[in-house]
Ligand binder design. Structure first.
Ligand code: MG
Ligand code: MG
Length: 270
């Protein structure tokens, strides 16, 4: 069912549709676990991409990032985005990008299965990493769960955004402001946006942040992107890879969830 809230067209999912989204989410989960098992020094990001694509196609699903269009850029060429260390998001897998001991690798993966999309991301440590790096990963994953726990009635999307942003700020890190979580369903990107921060009062209006009261049947991909240094970003010449300007480390976790009248359901976990 489609509803209109604050000028946004939002697709509420029926219980059957949420079950279908869970099935898509399970395929994404399987792809992530296969990649997690393969992450080690010496493996290339192209190999991880191949692993994810094989899992997705073996399930009869379709990679949703592959061929994804972007204005003034070539279509995205791969099944996953693989972003190393100071790369925040949208890194293009390559046989030349080989993981080394001490790296962190952010892997984002989505698929379409039986008409619905699942979308999820993890950042993994490659071998041993410094305790300060592990802390960045823990805080980013913690921010995702703060956001999920805040995705309950009678909250609005602003409450979810504030839960995320405040948690990250409390731990001394920055969130990427330009990239947001999003509604998800038959399309990877639906309304509403679910940011990882929320500006105050007039600034929110000026920046066109639109808060939406949560309702059962809403499905979101929530995805905090957390930066150890300053939150200024830059796009590389490949027109996809986004990096931190100060080359500080960053991490990214994401789950697709469904809002209910009780606890939210995480569709990209078993
Ligand atoms: Mg994603
Ligand atoms: Mg997403």
């Amino acid at each position: 069912m489609n509803i209109s809230v604050n000028g946004l067209e939002i697709h509420l999912k029926t219980p059957d549709e949420i079950d279908a989204m869970r099935a898509a989410g399970q395929v994404v989960y399987q792809a992530h676990m296969a990649m997690r098992d393969a992450v080690r020094p010496g493996v290339s990001t192209a190999e991880l991409d191949q692993i994810a694509e094989t899992v997705i196609r073996d399930h009869g699903a379709t990679p949703v990032f592959k061929g994804y269009p972007k204005k003034d850029s070539p279509d995205f060429p791969a099944t996953i985005t693989a972003s190393l260390n100071h790369e925040l998001v949208h890194g293009i897998p390559s046989p030349k990008r080989v993981l080394k001991e001490g790296d962190i690798i952010s892997l984002d993966c989505g698929c379409t299965y039986q008409g619905f999309v699942g979308d999820s991301a993890y950042t993994w440590a490659v071998g041993e990493v410094a305790p300060s790096v592990l802390r960045l990963l823990e805080v980013t994953e913690g921010a995702l769960y703060e956001a999920i726990h805040a995705s309950v009635l009678p909250h609005e999307t602003r409450d979810v955004a504030l839960a995320t942003g405040n948690y990250v700020a409390r731990h001394g890190y920055s969130v990427a402001r330009e990239y947001t979580g999003h509604g998800v369903g038959k399309m990877m990107h639906e309304e509403p946006q679910v940011p990882n921060w929320w500006p105050s009062g007039a600034k929110a209006r000026r920046l066109n942040f639109i808060s939406v009261p949560l309702q059962p049947g809403m499905t979101f991909a929530i995805e905090p992107m957390v930066i150890a240094g300053r939150a200024e970003l830059q796009e590389l010449n490949d027109k996809w890879t986004v990096v931190t300007k100060d080359r500080s480390l960053c991490a990214h976790y994401e789950h697709t969830i469904a809002v209910t009248d009780g606890d939210p359901i995480i569709l990209t976990l078993p």
